[in-house]
Design a protein around this ligand. Sequence first.
Ligand code: NAD
Length: 416
Amino acid sequence: MAAGGNIFNAMLQEFDGAARLLGLDPGIWKILTHPKRQITVSCPIQMDNGQIEVFTGYRVQYNITLGPAKGGIRYHPDVSLDEVTALAAWMTWKCAVAHIPFGGGKGGIICDPTQMSRRELEALTRRYVAEIVDAIGPDKDVPAPDVNTNDQIMAWIMDTYSMHVGYTATAVVTGKPIEMGGSLGRREATGRGVMITTREAAKHLKFDIKGATVAVQGFGNVGSVSADLLTKIGARVIAVTDWKGGVYNKAGLDITKMIDFAKQHKTIDGFPGGEPLENNDLFKLDVDVLVPAALENQITMENAPTIKAKVIAEGANGPTTPDAHKHLHDRGVFVIPDILANAGGVTTSYFEWVQDRHGYFWEEEEVNKRLEAKMMEAFDDVLQTSIRYKTDLRTAAYIVAINRVATVTRMRGMYA
Ligand code: NAD
């Protein structure tokens, strides 16, 4: 995913490549390359200093053919309608690859949450929800956390929506606190999906994940859980970096201790279980598996030629630039694309929505068992498609997704 610029065009490029291979009908092609609905709202709120500020918010429902729109809401100064639209499109393809009955959506507010008080953030969240209240709902559009939004913000969204409709509607949003309708296993779900797809890739490439070496970029939610669960199936995580620094230990890092250290210090820099490592050097290491789980555009043509890994599991969204991806694919590196590798998060959000609608909550073991089955199915669908179309896994994931949305679009027919 290109940062800034016209990232919707970047999405279209990926789409076009897959649609051509699929032989997509030109009419359906047109439909699937246009957002269904883009909403722009102004959110005036009174700041703590007594002044009124007006913030711009967006909610885009890119496609709702398969079900309610699904996708996070981000709070960031760089939010734009173009970015939100591209992210909503990516959610459409991710939900379709994961084979869950959701369309794609995304929202955002142009703001700098680091400069706002808790009261200001709550006021902004509630006003934004009030402005889009007719467009969202358990059957319409189900938001979730994204950059700079968390379970507290989801709780405010759920409460504001519920106040408007007059009853408690837990299924309007996912990523909620467990106490108010969140799902067990959601926090670990993205990392768990990364572990499952990596394990399946190793099986396919016929190398043993037990004893395989792993390097992880980023040690937040996705990076730390991926590292932990890969360790638990016998892999050896030998390097981790985050925004501040990194650690290397050829014998394997103690991930449980590293998680405790990161909780205390807000970074893994200075972790005593290994030698210091520069972020840039992570991509030069001789490892079997590389997990970029930090930011977009981290693997570029500058560092891709130094990568020695057999498998790259894209925990982050858009960590690999298109030219670097082509280079890696040409060299035979097995890149598990973001819309597959990190789809465990949205899949468990779907489980959260299902549990809320039933009013019946599953044990964590049940959540994990169902996630395992969904991820295995998605991995196999993408792998078989890549073999059938003789293409890379990213293009194959798009083919699977576009085909699913296109088939239902055709079956539903044109309403006019
Ligand atoms: P997070 O904020 O919990 O963690 C991000 C990590 O990246 C932190 O450890 C941070 O130190 C590190 N980082 C930041 N800048 C870095 C840099 N320049 N070099 C190295 N490390 C750096 O975020 P997260 O929830 O773990 O999300 C990570 C990525 O995964 C994002 O791209 C996100 O969109 C994607 N993702 C997350 C989920 C989810 O469920 N959390 C689901 C799908 C995709």
